[in-house]
Design a protein around this ligand. Sequence first.
Ligand SMILES: NC(=O)c1ccc[n+]([C@@H]2O[C@H](COP(=O)([O-])OP(=O)(O)OC[C@H]3O[C@@H](n4cnc5c(N)ncnc54)[C@H](O)[C@@H]3O)[C@@H](O)[C@H]2O)c1
Ligand SMILES: [Zn+2]
Length: 350
Amino acid sequence: MEIIEVNTKSRPSRVYCGEGAFAELGACVGGKEAFVVTDTNVQRLYGEQIARALPGAPVCAVPAGERHKNEKTLFKIFDAMLAAGVHRSAVLVALGGGVVGDMGGLAAALYMRGIRVVQVPTTLLAQVDSSVGGKTAIDYGGVKNVVGAFWQPDTVLCDPLFLHTLPPREIRCGLGEILKTGLLDAAVGEKLWASRGRLHDLAFLSEIAADCVRFKARVVAEDETEKSGVRKCLNLGHTTGHALELAYGRRSHGEYVLIGMWLESFIAEREGVCSPEHAQYVRDTVRLALPRIPAFRGARDCVRYALLDKKNSEKGAVSVLLSAGKGEYAERILPAARYADYLGILEERA
Ligand SMILES: NC(=O)c1ccc[n+]([C@@H]2O[C@H](COP(=O)([O-])OP(=O)(O)OC[C@H]3O[C@@H](n4cnc5c(N)ncnc54)[C@H](O)[C@@H]3O)[C@@H](O)[C@H]2O)c1
Ligand SMILES: [Zn+2]
């Protein structure tokens, strides 16, 4: 097991990565009162282990899935905390995927103006990405993550124990963010290529998850609240990925990120941001996890979703983060019509 420090100004946190991380939960709570937020799936699979790790702690299991990441569920968590008489000195343990992590983290940020939170991510996506960095949120008014706060966990426990029960779809979802890190960090990229036959092997995934956490810890420490722009790099593949996710749904977030990075490699090449060789490298990297890129009928129309992106700064234009070389990236702002033409590449494949 490895301990990675995230040196954020508001509150430094420690991420325990590897086998045995979950066994540290009791010690992390440190004799304080604990309140567990999880979802019904995770409760069914790991309820006994949770009860053994935190004997007597109240557990609030919210319904699973993104469609429950809303104000109704958030206030149900507050109801349960009040009913259990949770004090200000208590520790909220958010144990589940990114939905539980984001919503539990926000509950901790708001309850009595903020209590400590320990994140125990149980999906690959949550272990490599969402549990680290302190972004918490719920969806509201049809807009994803629009109500939220930065609230750093004091500890994150990433244990491969939880990965054994993940369906292949959730593994592929996490791989999307792992390959994204591989394009942002040259050393991670090399390791992924060298071990490309082991991308579904849990021992390898656990090892590479620690590399992704180390990378994200560096980025977040430098730009905790996305002010300087450094943290923006984490949005690679996400402009197009999010637009497609909003328009077509069905596939997982990580899969859309992969498709986004694939499409954006053409933008980078044609806008002169990278060489044709590098663009091909990006596409080959995506194919390690997604051998066949699907076609999307009417993809051009997704530009209206891309125009809603929080990262945009100019009216009528779409901001895209592009892979410029191994471990390098650049931002480009494209007029909507030009971006829509690029989206057309996804139609041509139909
Ligand atoms: N805060 C951030 O920085 C950040 C970054 C990326 C994504 N996110 C958020 O994360 C969310 C997506 O997270 P997710 O992909 O983990 O989704 P999720 O939390 O919905 O989990 C996916 C599914 O897997 C189930 N599950 C969880 N752990 C399991 C396990 N060990 N075994 C079997 N099933 C398990 C869940 O019940 C759920 O049905 C989105 O809401 C997104 O906005 C946040
Ligand atoms: Zn993402």
